[in-house]
Write a protein that binds this ligand. Structure first.
Ligand code: FAD
Length: 298
């Protein structure tokens, strides 16, 4: 096994006969059999390249770093939550991730509906009720919600944020990247090269379908609004979520994600779920759908 680190900005990655060519800033281009494109999410979405899944109604995160919940030297019981929480707020929701050295808080909202000042002020109020008196501003991160139409074409494999991105409500980033890398390597290392041209569109459809199923599951969290009677939650329920049918239309996305999602909803509405259906999945298992529907009240 050999590795060579090339420290240069990638200008372009293009498919060429039998592989892909990478153009670097200030260096000669190189040609490879297989290229993983991990350049992060695109600055803007283009309909011919990206499936826009903004039926997920958030597009910005404010990150703050707070002291650790579990102190190194601690006597007595830990009285605060030590697991990750997701808490609905008027402008979106807040994640609380207790790590060993600090606690990461993030307010996820829609910058087209709420101003940063409004969000920061509600964030302050939340931290006060959560008993946190000090924090460090970390970042304000705008993000798109999308699935790339061409995650894998046989020579170029987009992975991580370059392949798909959706807000972190269900922490789908790592499992998605594992799927992308796993599927591509599995096919490239175990299948004869003469199948490559036929395999690539099948693998791509599988990955797009899977990522879109995650997107539908995440978007569904917003389908009933929340206890807050606010502009954000009205928009999420009444404007954003209803767009999922058009965005995931099988004719447009060339995969069956929407049908699979609808099947899960129908399955849950049956008076009795047949044992043979218990292990059905649409990105996540039926049990996760049932658990969430209890929380949503639908
Ligand atoms: C608010 C928020 C919270 C999140 N929380 C979590 C979490 O708690 N847990 C979790 O697992 N995930 C979380 N994620 C997801 C996390 O962003 C992804 O898992 C991870 O960053 C994906 O890594 P990546 O390498 O694909 O993309 P990135 O992290 O975006 O990295 C892309 C890299 O490519 C480089 N690059 C870009 N263009 C070029 C170029 N032309 N040439 C050379 N290099 C280039 C960039 O400099 C960058 O280093 C969160 C995301 C957001 C937005």
């Amino acid at each position: 096994m050999r590795a060579r680190h090339i420290d240069a900005r990638v200008i372009d990655i293009t498919r060429v006969e039998g592989g892909a060519q990478v153009e670097f800033e200030g260096l000669a281009p190189e040609r490879y059999d297989l290229v993983f494109d991990a350049r992060g999410f695109p600055r803007e979405l283009h309909p011919e390249q990206h499936i826009d899944i903004s039926f997920i109604p958030t597009n910005t995160a404010v990150i703050r770093r707070c002291p650790a919940i579990v102190k190194e030297e601690q006597d007595g019981p830990v009285l605060r939550h030590t697991y990750t929480r997701a808490v609905a707020r008027p402008h979106g929701w807040i994640f609380i991730i207790p790590l060993t050295v600090h606690t990461s808080y993030g307010y996820i909202f829609n910058r087209d509906l709420s101003s940063l000042a409004e969000v920061e002020s509600d964030f302050d109020a939340f931290l006060e009720t959560d008993g946190v008196s000090e924090f460090e501003h970390r970042a304000v991160i705008p993000f798109p919600n999308f699935v790339h139409r061409h995650i894998y074409d046989g020579a170029v494999a987009r992975i991580g944020n370059a392949a798909t991105f959706m807000e972190p409500l269900e922490a789908t980033a790592i499992v998605s990247a594992q799927f992308q890398i796993g599927m591509v390597l599995q096919m490239r290392l175990n299948r004869a090269v003469e199948y490559l041209e036929r395999d690539a569109p099948v693998v791509n459809r599988f990955l797009v379908n899977n990522m879109l199923c995650y997107g539908l599951f995440v978007g569904w969290h917003y389908s009933c609004g929340s206890k807050y009677d606010s502009k954000f939650w009205h928009h999420a329920r009444d404007q954003a979520w209803p767009r999922h049918r058009k965005a995931a239309d099988p004719e447009v996305v060339d995969c069956a994600a929407l049908r699979r999602f609808d099947d899960m909803i129908q399955l849950m509405n049956r008076p009795v779920i047949d044992k043979s259906d218990w292990n059905r999945m649409c990105a996540v298992p039926l049990t996760s759908y049932c658990q969430l529907s209890q929380g949503l009240g639908c």
